[in-house]
Design a protein around this ligand. Structure first.
Ligand code: XMP
Length: 561
């Protein structure tokens, strides 16, 4: 049994202070066990030099792939049962076997295809991956009397190639109960810990390596260095994968795909669609037209910012549709959350179709549609390619099938943090690069228990603006997954000056999360909360009470509806 958390997600001590609360890196990746495609149709635009990470079900296998990329080498995460030919066809420079929850000796445990070891490519097993190698090659793996979970002291007896140049005593992060007691014949044991007699092995002649601990988590301080040594010293990779190289590579690929064709892109103001649009614009210039539908449910000044960034700064041809009146009309009398979402989604499609129709038909019609699909979407949706995979993307409301476009997906190979790096490389302003996730149906789903009227939207927009302003002033914007306000359709009694008031309650919600699957309420400093609350009450005459949501996910969701 083996698996490791990406990072220990310690919440604040509960003393109400901010200490230790916001210390999570926001760049985490999906904590979901990746539901990998059975047979990924193709590598997502892999460059010449790539590492294959085979997923044995470790909850954080994606993190290994990301850490490899952090070292400057492209990596792809593939299911462990992918046929050998498909792995070989990718001509990887190295193969990493991930951790996983099984015991190598258990019936039905994911096995090792021995052909992997005949490909002439170095193999590194991590945790379960190491146990698998050891077990298959004649070493001894057994359940230990005590497990080893968390920080451990690693004693390096023989550095070998992986641990060379590093301290002989170091800390590492372990997460296993099964343990390697003896390396297979031909292997050298490199290190041990109190609970792991054999914590790292190598066989240089066959280029096979194993480490019991997790180099991908931040609690293994030399983890990144160890991975780098595997990639450069063992696999001979040239660490050139970077935001700049991605930009160059994608521009070339987009030009190849699109030729002289015309392209349309639905801009939402979010980082994915913004970066995708900018890449395509860099590649094919005015062949691209962006469509920005302002449904009137955006945050304060957001529409203007998107328009000025793309139209004025980047000179991207942009059709901006002010559709507030249309959307508000559709939202009249709608209270139920899903009904709101449906009304907004359907209207979005109508507006987008109308704009697309103006650009299509006849000479020079639009053939391509840009989508900001990310690598995590590719992994989670089964890895298919082509037009059939137009997904019902929240932000574009789910485009109907009869919109016959060929997809351009320049972010298909990238994790979210790489998208941000590309955005920065392309000169996208910080506030767009680091924009917190914002739901497609916008502020409408933050007015709960009531209709999203213009009056309520305006109150919520102003409250949200104050919240963003103070969170940014406190330097916390990037650390939080999301920070926002909710406006329940509730009024309470208050007293201001000598007068009784009867005003709205604003709910302040801030969460930390790695992937939105789970989230913890952020322990914002009391002083900051006080500033936020008093600004809202002083500046917004409709508001007389501010409350804080301290619900984590689960049991709550991040949004209120
Ligand atoms: P929940 O509320 O389910 O949200 O914990 C998880 C993440 O998804 C976002 N979210 C949405 N995004 N359209 C979107 O584009 C939606 O209808 C929607 N509902 C929730 C939410 O902001 C959070 O990041």
């Amino acid at each position: 049994m083996s698996d490791a958390p990406e990072r220990p997600l310690t919440a604040a001590a509960g003393d109400g202070s901010a200490a230790g609360v916001l210390d999570r890196s926001p760049d985490g990746q999906s904590a979901e066990a990746a539901a990998l495609p059975d047979s990924p149709a193709s590598a997502p635009t892999a460059p010449a030099e790539a590492i294959v990470v085979l997923d044995y079900g470790g909850q954080y296998s994606q993190l290994i792939a990301r850490r490899v990329r952090d070292c400057g080498v492209f990596s792809e995460l593939l299911p462990h049962h992918l046929p050998l030919e498909e792995i070989a066809a990718r001509r990887p420079r190295g193969i990493i076997l991930s951790g996983g929850p099984a015991s190598v000796y258990a019936q039905g445990a994911p096995a090792l295809d021995r052909g992997l070891l005949e490909l002439g490519v170095p193999v590194l097993g991590i945790c379960y991956g190491m146990q698998l190698l050891v077990h298959e090659l004649g070493g001894r793996v057994e359940e230990a009397e005590v497990g080893e979970f968390g920080r451990s002291d690693l004693h390096v007896a023989e550095p070998g190639v992986l641990l060379a140049g590093m301290p002989h005593e170091q800390t590492c992060w372990m997460s296993h109960r099964d343990t390697v007691f003896e390396p297979p014949p031909g292997f050298t044991a490199l290190a041990s810990s109190s609970a792991s007699p054999v914590a790292a092995v190598e066989d240089r002649a066959r280029d096979i390596y194993g480490i019991q601990f997790h180099p991908e988590v931040v609690h293994t301080p030399y983890g990144q260095q160890i991975l780098t040594r595997f990639l450069t010293e063992v696999c001979g990779c040239d660490p050139t994968w970077s935001a700049a190289s991605i930009v160059e590579d994608q521009i070339r690929r987009i030009r190849e795909q699109v030729g002289h064709g015309r392209v349309i892109c639905g801009l939402s103001g979010g980082v994915d669609s913004s970066v995708a649009a900018l890449l395509v614009h860099r590649a094919v210039g005015e062949q691209l037209t962006c469509v920005f539908v302002d449904h009137g449910l955006m945050r304060k000044d957001e529409g203007e910012q998107v328009i000025s960034t793309f139209r004025d700064t980047f000179k991207v041809p942009l059709v901006a549709v002010d559709a507030e009146t249309r959307f508000l009309a559709k939202l009249e009398g709608v209270v139920e959350p899903e009904a709101k979402r449906k009304a907004i989604g359907a209207e979005f499609i109508r507006v987008f179709e109308e704009e697309a129709a103006k650009l299509t038909g006849g000479e020079g019609s639009v053939r391509f549609l840009v989508q900001g699909t990310l690598y995590s979407d590719v992994i989670e949706s089964g890895g298919g390619t082509g037009a059939a995979t137009i997904k019902s993307h929240h932000n574009v409301g789910g485009l109907p099938d009869d919109l016959q476009f060929e997809l351009v997906e320049p972010l298909r190979a990238l994790f979210k943090d790489e998208v941000r790096a590309v955005g920065a490389e392309l000169g996208l302003p910080e506030r767009l690069v680091w924009r917190q996730p914002f739901p497609g149906p916008g502020l409408a789903i933050r007015i709960v228990g009531g209709e999203a009227t213009k009056e309520r939207l305006d109150v919520l927009r102003e409250a949200d603006h104050i919240m963003q302003d103070e969170i940014s002033n406190a330097g916390l914007y990037r650390e939080l997954w999301q920070s926002f306000c909710v406006l329940p359709d509730v009024r309470t009694v208050g007293v201001q000056g000598d007068e009784r008031t009867y005003g709205y309650v604003v709910v302040v919600r801030a969460v930390t999360s790695d992937d939105a699957m789970t989230a913890d309420w952020a322990r914002l400093p009391y002083d900051l909360l006080e500033t936020i609350a008093s600004r809202m009450i002083n500046e917004l005459r409709e508001v007389n009470r501010v409350v804080l949501d301290i619900t984590s996910k689960p049991p709550g969701t991040i949004e209120w509806e």
